[in-house]
Write a new protein. Structure first.
Ligand code: ZN
Length: 142
């Protein structure tokens, strides 16, 4: 386990508007506000979704399209730097009318119906995502 000690920065509470792409909305907000490191949580509902799961053997993402409305029962993620730019990484748990769940890595194409979020900025040394050979992922260099 590797970590860094950080201090709290700004805190944001707000909502994403109906029709916005969830990933674009958070990335755009973070870049405008210059939030370089943060955690993100949220709840709401989506009009449709695109989420994926990382195939650990093939080292590629399998994308799943959900072309129906879902409840966004949990949105978790973070902001850090990748290729020198502010980068947003989100995972979501989505449910249908029967309460059955999908979950995965958030891709573009998740269209918001309503979404309430909290962003907690963290102050300290930048976190840079770097290619990790073992996993094929862009992981935090520590
Ligand atoms: Zn992910």
């Amino acid at each position: 386990m590797k970590h860094r000690d950080l201090l709290p920065g700004r805190q944001f509470l707000g909502r994403v508007e109906k029709g916005e792409d969830m990933l674009e909305a958070f990335t755009g907000f973070a870049r405008r506000q210059q939030i370089r490191l943060a955690t993100i949580t949220g709840i709401g509902a989506l009009q449709k979704a695109r989420i994926s799961m990382y195939d650990q053997e093939k080292k590629s993402y399998n994308v799943m399209e959900i072309n129906e409305e879902t409840e966004l029962t949990a949105l978790l993620g973070n902001l850090s730097l990748k290729d020198g730019e502010i980068f947003c990484h989100l995972h979501a748990t989505l449910t249908d009318a029967d309460g059955k769940a999908w979950g995965g890595h958030v891709c573009d194409g998740c269209i918001v119906f309503a979404l309430e979020f909290e962003i907690r900025e963290l102050m300290g040394e930048d976190f840079h995502r770097m290619p990790d050979e073992d996993t094929g992922l862009a992981l935090w260099e520590m």
